[in-house]
Design a protein around this ligand. Structure first.
Ligand code: NAD
Length: 248
């Protein structure tokens, strides 16, 4: 078995007893779907580019080098053909069953919604939403993908993805809904995130419950506060938990 059976049984008990689970996740939730994260061994930060990814994904770089931004963005940040994995599917099932009140994600890939989740608070926006910087018109992802170079609106303005770049602020309404969900949660599961990106990672301080579960392949600054800690792949951990819970 991939993690200690005792721990997995404990997780299954907590999931069964909870009705307001909040899942707080990051890029590691989508690696099992084939999207690289930033900080793993094979993450984007270990690959070689002309500029470091954190520079290319900054507001300043977007404004000064939009062609290079869109080249990197289309190649590395957008993958509409990719499908959700077990982690996305199980979290969607928990919402359907009335166990989960929100998924708070730092991801921009839309995979939670593709799996069926509805209460998804996207702290860093989504590749599926885009707007003209001049007239504000909304554009679908296809418009960004089907153009070469910098995508332009009919008014001539640059179309900017609604993703939060380094140096940009988070949307107030998303922050508020996330804080509210965390304050009311009866189980917090943090998974697939290095908890290195702020202010997103700071939100978990609003959790008001007693049970904290961490599922991450590498260590995080929250490890010592976790009541249960798994270092396996999140899709596998949640799948095993579900098997235990559903077969008793
Ligand atoms: P990160 O790359 O900093 O950390 C990912 C963490 O997930 C690592 O600690 C890694 O050990 C762990 N991990 C990887 N695969 C895992 C798995 N299968 N199971 C369990 N753990 C796994 O990512 P982050 O904390 O989300 O922060 C970086 C930023 O990256 C976020 O702001 C996010 O917007 C952006 N990002 C998003 C995507 C996406 O939308 N899919 C992809 C890359 C980066």
């Amino acid at each position: 078995m991939l993690e200690s059976e005792k721990q997995l049984k404990q997780l299954a008990n907590w999931v069964a007893e909870s009705s307001r689970i909040v899942f707080f996740g990051g890029a590691g939730v989508s690696t099992e779907s084939g999207i690289p994260d930033f900080r793993s061994e094979d993450g984007l930060y270990r690959q070689h580019f002309r500029y470091p990814p954190e520079v290319m994904l900054s507001h300043e770089f977007f404004m000064e080098h939009p062609e290079e931004f869109f080249q990197f963005y289309r190649e590395k940040m957008v993958a509409p053909q990719i499908e959700p994995n077990d982690a996305h599917r199980i979290l969607a099932r928990w919402e359907e069953e009335g166990r989960l009140s929100a998924v708070i994600t730092q991801n921009i890939d839309g995979l939670h919604q593709k799996a069926g989740s509805r209460k998804v608070w996207e702290l860093h926006g989504s590749v599926y939403r885009n707007h003209c910087m001049e007239c504000g018109k909304s554009w679908p992802l296809e418009k960004v993908l089907e153009t070469d170079g910098v995508p332009r609106c009919t008014c001539g303005g640059i179309i900017k993805p609604d993703v939060v770049l380094y140096g940009e602020g988070l949307e107030e309404s998303v922050l508020q809904r996330s804080v509210q969900a965390l304050e009311r949660a009866d189980l917090l599961i943090i998974g697939g995130t290095s908890l290195a990106v702020y202010p997103a990672a700071g939100l978990i301080q609003y959790y008001g419950g007693q049970r904290l579960v961490l599922i991450n392949r590498s260590s995080t600054p929250m490890d010592r506060y976790a009541d249960l800690r798994f270092s396996g792949k999140i899709g596998e951990v949640l799948r095993t938990e579900e098997e235990i819970r559903c077969h008793r």
